[in-house]
Design a protein around this ligand. Structure first.
Ligand code: ADP
Ligand code: MG
Length: 696
C-alpha cells in the first residue's frame, strides 16, 4: 500500500485547476495519469517575460510585457482577415491581432480605454520598422492581476489540445500543495554536488523565477535523474535478492542426454555457445538459483543452448519449461525441440491458450505426473491450474515482452527453479544494466559457421515497382520473401489498410502465392498463412508486425521493409535476421519514405554497413539517445522519464553502487533512510520491488 504522504503526488490530474476531463485524457497520453507524472514531464526551454517596455522601445522579435489601453476595435472585413485592436501607451501605438477570434473575446479582453498588461512576441514592420504588432498575445490581464503572468515560463513538449499555459499553471499549483518528503539521498552527497531536495528541485525546474533558477536547471535535473536511476537500480537489487532468497538446487547430470542431443543436431557448438553453456552449467550446478540472461542475435543459436540446458534438468529426472511470447513461436520451438528430445527419450508437451477441454486436461496431467520432461508454451504455462511435478528450470524466450515486474511474478510461480531468459535484442552495455541489472548476462556474440552474409540496400519507396519486379526473379528461382509493412499504433486501421493494399498489389503480380499475416487475424488464420509460407504453397509473406515474423523459414532469402525509417534499428536488425538462414545469398531491401532526416539517413547507413547486432545497438544509442533505442513503445522495456543516459550515464554507475550498498546495510529498508527510500520506489512506480520487503 502506498503511504499516505504520497497520496497528493498520485492524485489524478483532474484535481488540478485548469485540467478538466478532456484535458486530463490528453495529458495522460502526454505524461501519465497522476500529478507526479506531470511533474516528471520536464520542460525543454523557457520563455522570459521579464522584459517590461514601452511600445516605442519594444525590440523586434522579443518576448515582452507591455501596459496598454485599447483605442479602437477593427473587426475583420472578410473571413480571412484578422480582428485588429489598436492599443497605445504614452509612447506610441501597437496593433494586437487575432485570427479567428472567438465571439466577443477581443472586445472583452481589451475594452476601450482600460489599462491591460499584454505579453507576447513583438513584431516590427514597415520601412522604418516604426509599426508594431503583437499576434495573439500569450497573456492579456488587468494591471491588478500582474501575478497571472509568470516572469519566466517553462516550455514543455506538447501534444495537440494541451497548451503550455495549461501545463505551467498545473505544475505551479501542484507544487504549492505537495508536502515535503523526507530525504532519501545521502546528505553529504547532496551537499557535495550542490543538490537540493526533491521538491525544491522540481520547483527550480517548473517554476523558475530568476536567472539563478535557470542556471540551476542542470543541477536540479541531475538530482531528479539520479533519483530515477537510484529507484531503478534499487528495485533491480531488491528483485534480484528476492529471487535468490528462494532456495535453489544443484543440478549436475553426467551429460549423457546432452551428448545424444548434440549427435542428433549434427553440428558442433560455436565457441560462444560453449562458453555460455558452461556458464549456465556452473549456475545450475551451484546450490543457489540461476538468474541468467542470454543475449544473442537471431540465429546465433540461443534456442539450441537453451535446449541443452533443459536436458540437464531432464536428465536428473526433473522438468524444464520454455515460455515463448506467441503461439506461433511456441509451436515452432515445440516442433524443433521435440524432434531432438523425444528420440532420446524425453517426452515434450506443448501448452498454449488454445488447448481446451480434454486435450488440455491430458497435457496438464502429463505435466503433473512428471511424464513430460520438457514443457513448452505461452503465458498459459503459468496459470494456476498448471502444476509441475518437479520444475527445475524455466526458460523465457523474451523477445522484449517481459520486464522486471513480469520476471518477478514468474519467478514466484516457478518456486525455486533456475531461470534463463533469452533475448535477441542486442542492448548496449550501459543499458543492459538498467534493464537486466537483476541478472547475470551472457552473450553469444558469434554466428554458427557457414552463414552467407546478407546484402542490405537502402532505396526510396518510389522504386517499389522495381523491387516487385526483382522479386519475380527471386521467386522464380525457388526462393521466398518477407514483405513488412510498419504498424503505427496510433492509426492501426490505416496501417492495416496499407498492408492490405500491398497484399493486393503483390497478389496481382504473384497470384495466390502471396499470404498476409496481421495482428487482427485469428490465431488459426495466422497459423494457416504461416504454414503455407513455411511449406511450399506460398512464396511471399506480407506482414504488419514484427512478432508475426518471428519464424524460421530457411528458404526465405529476401526481406523487404517498407518505411524502414520508422523502425528502431534493433527491430530492423531482428527482422533482417529472419533471412540468411539457408545456404543461399540473401538480401534485405530497406525502403524509406521521403524526405529522410539526417539522423534517419545515418541510421539506415549503419544497417547497410554492419550485421553485428551489438555494434548496431551501440550506434543507435549514439545516434538517437537511450530513450528511443529500443523502440520502447513496442519493446515493453522500461523507459526513463527524466534521466537521459547520454547525459547522465555516469550517474547510472553511481546509482548501481549506491543501491548495492543500501541493500547490503539495510536489506529490508527499515532505517530512517530506508523508509525514505521506500517513498522513492513508490514515486517511480516500483511497487513490485517494495512488495519484496518485509512489511512492504
Ligand atoms: P536463436 O534461438 O538464437 O535464434 P537457434 O538456436 O534457433 O538460434 O539457431 C538457429 C539455427 O541455427 C537453427 O536452425 C539451429 O539448428 C542452427 N544452429 C544452432 N547452433 C548451431 C551451430 N553451432 N552450428 C550450426 N548450426 C547451428
Ligand atoms: Mg530462437
Amino acid at each position: 500500500m502506498r503511504p499516505e504522504i504520497l497520496f497528493p503526488y498520485f492524485a489524478a490530474l483532474e484535481t488540478l485547476p485548469g485540467i478538466g476531463k478532456k484535458t486530463a485524457v490528453l495529458c495522460e497520453k502526454l505524461c501519465g495519469p497522476a500529478v507526479i507524472d506531470l511533474l516528471c514531464h520536464m520542460p525543454n526551454g523557457f520563455i522570459d517575460r521579464r522584459l517590461k517596455v514601452k511600445t516605442a522601445e519594444a525590440p523586434d522579435g522579443a518576448i515582452a510585457t507591455l501596459e496598454v489601453r485599447a483605442v479602437e476595435h477593427i473587426p475583420p472585413y472578410s473571413k480571412k482577415s484578422p480582428y485588429k485592436v489598436i492599443c497605445e501607451d504614452d509612447t506610441g501605438e501597437i496593433s494586437v491581432i487575432f485570427f479567428h477570434a472567438f465571439g466577443d473575446y477581443p472586445a472583452k479582453a481589451l475594452p476601450i480605454g482600460e489599462p491591460r498588461l499584454i505579453s507576447g512576441k513583438v513584431e516590427r514592420f514597415g520601412a522604418q520598422k516604426q509599426q508594431i504588432q503583437m499576434l495573439h498575445p500569450d497573456y492579456i490581464v488587468p494591471v491588478t492581476q500582474s501575478e497571472k503572468i509568470p516572469a519566466i515560463e517553462c516550455v514543455y513538449p506538447l501534444t495537440a489540445g494541451v497548451s503550455g499555459k495549461i501545463l505551467n499553471k498545473a505544475c505551479r499549483t501542484a507544487l504549492e500543495k505537495l508536502p515535503d518528503l523526507p530525504e532519501w539521498q545521502d546528505a553529504e552527497m547532496l551537499k557535495r554536488e550542490n543538490r537540493e531536495s526533491f521538491k525544491n528541485s522540481l520547483k527550480t525546474l517548473h517554476i523558475p523565477e530568476t536567472e539563478e533558477d535557470i542556471a540551476k536547471y542542470p543541477t536540479a535535473k541531475a538530482r531528479l535523474a539520479y533519483d530515477e536511476l537510484l529507484a531503478n537500480q534499487l528495485a533491480l537489487c531488491l528483485v534480484r535478492r528476492n529471487m535468490r532468497r528462494l532456495p535453489g538446487r544443484s543440478i549436475k547430470p553426467a551429460g549423457n542426454l546432452r551428448k545424444a542431443a548434440l549427435n542428433r543436431m549434427g553440428f558442433s557448438l560455436t565457441r560462444a555457445q560453449q562458453r555460455v553453456l558452461s556458464e549456465i552449467d556452473q549456475d545450475m550446478a551451484s546450490p543457489s538459483r540461476m538468474l541468467r540472461l542470454v543475449q544473442g542475435d537471431v540465429g546465433s543459436g540461443k534456442t539450441a543452448v537453451a535446449l541443452l540446458a533443459m536436458l540437464n534438468a531432464a536428465e536428473t529426472g526433473a522438468q524444464a519449461a520454455l515460455m515463448a511470447p506467441t503461439d506461433i513461436l511456441a509451436n515452432q520451438h515445440f516442433e524443433k525441440i521435440r524432434n531432438i528430445a523425444e528420440p532420446i527419450g524425453v517426452r515434450c508437451v506443448l501448452l498454449t491458450g488454445r488447448n481446451k477441454g480434454k486435450k488440455r486436461a491430458e497435457i496438464l496431467e502429463s505435466i503433473r505426473s512428471g511424464n513430460a520432461g520438457i514443457i513448452i508454451g505461452t503465458h498459459a504455462l503459468f496459470q494456476d491450474d498448471v502444476i509441475f511435478k518437479d520444475l527445475a528450470l524455466t526458460v523465457v524466450d523474451e523477445q522484449h515482452k517481459f520486464g522486471v515486474q513480469q520476471r518477478l511474478a514468474l519467478s514466484s510461480k516457478g518456486g525455486g527453479a533456475d531461470m534463463l531468459v533469452m533475448t535477441a535484442t542486442p542492448i548496449p552495455r550501459t543499458l543492459a544494466l538498467t534493464y537486466y541489472g537483476d541478472m547475470e548476462v551472457s552473450r553469444i556474440d558469434e554466428l554458427p559457421p557457414g552463414r552467407k552474409p546478407i546484402t542490405t540496400r537502402v532505396l526510396p519507396s518510389s522504386r517499389l515497382d522495381e523491387v516487385a519486379r526483382a522479386l519475380s526473379r527471386t521467386v522464380a528461382d525457388g526462393n521466398k520473401a518477407y514483405w513488412v509493412c510498419p504498424l503505427v499504433e496510433e492509426s492501426e486501421k490505416i496501417d492495416l489498410a496499407a498492408a492490405q493494399e500491398r497484399y493486393e498489389y503483390l497478389k496481382a503480380r504473384f497470384g495466390d502465392r502471396v499470404v498476409l499475416v496481421h495482428g487482427k487475424m485469428k490465431s488459426a488464420e495466422k497459423d494457416e498463412a504461416m504454414q503455407r509460407f513455411a511449406s511450399n504453397s506460398a512464396d511471399i509473406l506480407v506482414a504488419t508486425t514484427v512478432i508475426e515474423v518471428g519464424v524460421d523459414v530457411p528458404a526465405a532469402t529476401v526481406m523487404v521493409i517498407e518505411h524502414a525509417e520508422r523502425f528502431g534499428l534493433a527491430q530492423l536488425h531482428q527482422l533482417r535476421g529472419r533471412i540468411g538462414r539457408g545456404t543461399k545469398e540473401s538480401s534485405c531491401l530497406l525502403l524509406y519514405g521521403e524526405p529522410l532526416s539526417e539522423t534517419a539517413k545515418a541510421r539506415l547507413k549503419v544497417m547497410r554497413e554492419t550485421q553485428d547486432g551489438f555494434l548496431i545497438a551501440e550506434e543507435d544509442l549514439t545516434l538517437r539517445g537511450a530513450g528511443e533505442v529500443l523502440g520502447t513503445r513496442q519493446s515493453g522495456l522500461e523507459e526513463f522519464k527524466i534521466a537521459d543516459l547520454s547525459v547522465h550515464g555516469d550517474l547510472l554507475k553511481t546509482a548501481r553502487n549506491d543501491a548495492k550498498y543500501i541493500v547490503n546495510i539495510d536489506p529490508e529498508l527499515q532505517t530512517q533512510r530506508g523508509c525514505a527510500l521506500r517513498l522513492l520506489l513508490y514515486l517511480f512506480r516500483k511497487d513490485e520491488a517494495v512488495k519484496t520487503l518485509r512489511s512492504g
